[in-house]
Each structure stands twice: as C-alpha cells, then as structure tokens.
Design a protein around this ligand. Structure first.
Ligand code: PHE
Length: 336
C-alpha cells in the first residue's frame, strides 16, 4: 500500500509538468484528486488492511493528498499569472476618485462658535433634561400660575405636571440647586413649543442659556459680556442696542438688537424694515428665583441670558425657512 502511494506520487510529479493549459490541469485534478480519483481509491482500499497498519497508512495517504493538492495549486497560480499582461499601464487620463467628507450641520457649527467665545470668557457647560416638570420649567422661574406661557397652546404636556421644556432656563434652576455660587455656565440644548409650523417657527429649536451668579454681579457686567460676545461673533463694527423687556425670572430685563446684517440698518425684508434684529433676551436674576433654590438674596446677584440658535444661524447664513434646518436634505447640508 505504501509502495502504491509512492508510485502515485511519482506519476503526479511527472504529469503535473505536462499540464500546460487549464484543461490539462483539470484532467490532472480529476485523475488524482477527484472523488473517484487515484488518491480517493487508495483511501478506499484501506478497508482491506489489518487494523494495526491503519494509522501509518492513513498518515502517509494524507501526506500524499496534501502534496498533490499543493502541486495542483502551484500550477494553477502559474497558469493564471501567465495569463495576465506582463506590464500594467497607468492611465493618467482617468478622472480621480472623489473623497466624500461629511460636514457639521449649520446649527452645530453655530453652536461650536458660540461655545468657543463663551469658553474664552470663563464660562463652563451645563445641561439638563428635555423632559421637564412644571416646577423647573415655570414655577421656580417665577411664572405666576396663570401666566399665558403655561397655556396648552405653547407647551407640549406629557402629563399635567410633566412637559417638554419650552426654554433652557429650567437648567438655571437645576444648576443652582446643585452648586453654590460662583456659577458661570452656558447651557446649550433643544427646546419645544407647540406652535404652528411655518417658515419662521418650528415645533423644536435650540437655545443657549447663560447664567452668572456671584457676589456683586452688575447689569453692566451683563452688558459687557454680551457686547463682547456680539463683537466676536458678528464682527467688531456691529452696532447694538438694549431695549427694556420683561421675563418673569429676570428683573430688570432687556432684549438685545443688532443692526440688520443685510441692509446695515436702512431697512429691508429680513429686518421687516426696522433696521434692527433682535438676537437675545437677558436680565438680572430675579431674587424670587434665588429664593426657590435657597441662595442668599442679600449676598448674591447674577445675570442670565438666552438666545435662539436657529435664528442666529439663519441670519448668519441667509437661510429664510427654518424648516430646512430639520429636513437634513444633503443637497442643503453639503453647502456648509
Ligand atoms: N428663556 C427666555 C426665552 O425662552 C430667554 C431668556 C433667558 C431671557 C434668560 C432672560 C434670561 O425666551
């Protein structure tokens, strides 16, 4: 049996050299390696052997099979590489492969820029839940029980007491509940309002809140901080003004306007012919709010502000429909 195996090995060694085409190679494979080939036949004949010879014979037959299989594979590779053209040519006229790189959403880009500026002025970051309770969204912010902002028209209620936050101001309360002054944070986040969807308003948008509380914080520091932000963000030649306003949680309160970036103040469609654009609300934290979080109203004062990111991004990039910011159409996003 072992002689027989040796014989098959010699024949295979001779015949592999005779195979010059794929067809001849295939005949070689069928003769030696196929299911009814010479090697399989030898395995079959092991049945006739006494059992003490089986291990030795089995081992040498396995070796034979691997050996012939390797002869076959080598020859196949040879034939295949002989088929390829000797030299590969580089076609310099082919167009290059374009690399597609994603980009940040314009809202994220705007937010990154706002964060960078406030980090530079010493602010940290705080965040809070988008699903809020009435206490943090309204009550602790000094909204009277019958305030119109609590109306079903504006707020998405989950239950009587749980709602989708309508602004980022509840995070002011959460931060002050957890730490003692000094507190100096900005709070970026999503907010929700139950408004009719149009080119100017959407059911969700983003705000950045600011809160600074310490001993002796004044309104002029609030103005200084916001003026510095505005100049860094919109350019140092921007004109601005503060108008008195009202928010339940700040006293006094103000809104900040900048000259319209499009008409530079002479009046156009974007600023509705006013020459000014409102960019944020702000004010000194109302002492009633400090009472809710247990801060000493004699020792501490602070300011807060809040701005809408979509509005700022729309003004910045000249986008006239807020809905396009939420559709994620790549034809739009690719431009940023
Ligand atoms: N939370 C207010 C809003 O949603 C903005 C604001 C924040 C005003 C902080 C004053 C101070 O309109």
């Amino acid at each position: 049996m072992l002689d027989k195996a040796q014989e098959v090995k010699q024949t295979a060694l001779q015949e592999i050299n005779l195979a010059k085409t794929f067809q001849e190679l295939e005949s070689f494979r069928i003769k030696f390696l196929a299911r009814k080939g010479l090697i399989a036949d030898l395995f079959d004949r092991m049945r006739e052997l006494p059992s003490d010879q089986l291990p030795a014979v089995g081992k040498s037959l396995n070796e034979l099979r691997s050996f012939v299989q390797a002869l076959y594979e080598d020859k196949k590779n040879q034939l295949e590489s002989a088929q390829k053209p000797k030299k590969e040519y580089l076609d310099l006229t082919l167009p290059g492969r374009e690399r597609w790189v994603g980009s940040k959403h314009p809202i994220t880009q705007t937010l990154d820029e706002i964060k960078r500026i406030f980090f530079g002025m010493g602010f940290g970051i705080a965040t809070g839940p988008e699903i809020e309770d009435d206490y943090h969204n309204f009550e602790a912010l000094n909204f009277p029980p019958d305030h119109p902002a609590r109306d079903m028209q504006d707020t998405f209620f989950v239950t009587d007491n749980i709602l989708l936050r309508t602004h980022t101001s509840p995070v002011q309360i959460r931060v002050m509940e957890q730490r003692q002054p000094p507190v100096q944070v900005i709070v970026p986040g999503r907010v929700y309002r139950n408004e009719a969807i149009s080119a100017r308003s959407y059911c969700l948008f983003h705000q950045v809140e600011g809160l600074y509380v310490d001993r002796g914080v004044t309104f002029s520091e609030l103005k200084g901080t916001l003026v510095s932000f505005t100049k860094q963000f919109y350019g140092s030649d921007i004109k601005y003004r503060f108008r008195p306003s009202f928010f339940p949680f700040t006293e006094p309160s103000a809104e900040m306007d900048i000259t319209c970036f499009l008409c530079k103040g002479s009046g156009c469609r974007v600023c509705k012919y006013a020459g000014w654009l409102e960019i944020l609300g702000c004010g000194m934290v109302d002492p009633n709010v400090f009472k809710f979080v247990g801060y000493d109203t004699e020792a501490y004062s602070g300011y807060a502000f809040g701005m809408g990111i979509e509005r700022i991004a729309m003004l910045r990039y000249g986008i006239d429909d807020i809905r396009i910011l939420f559709e994620n159409d790549v034809r739009f996003l690719k431009q940023f």
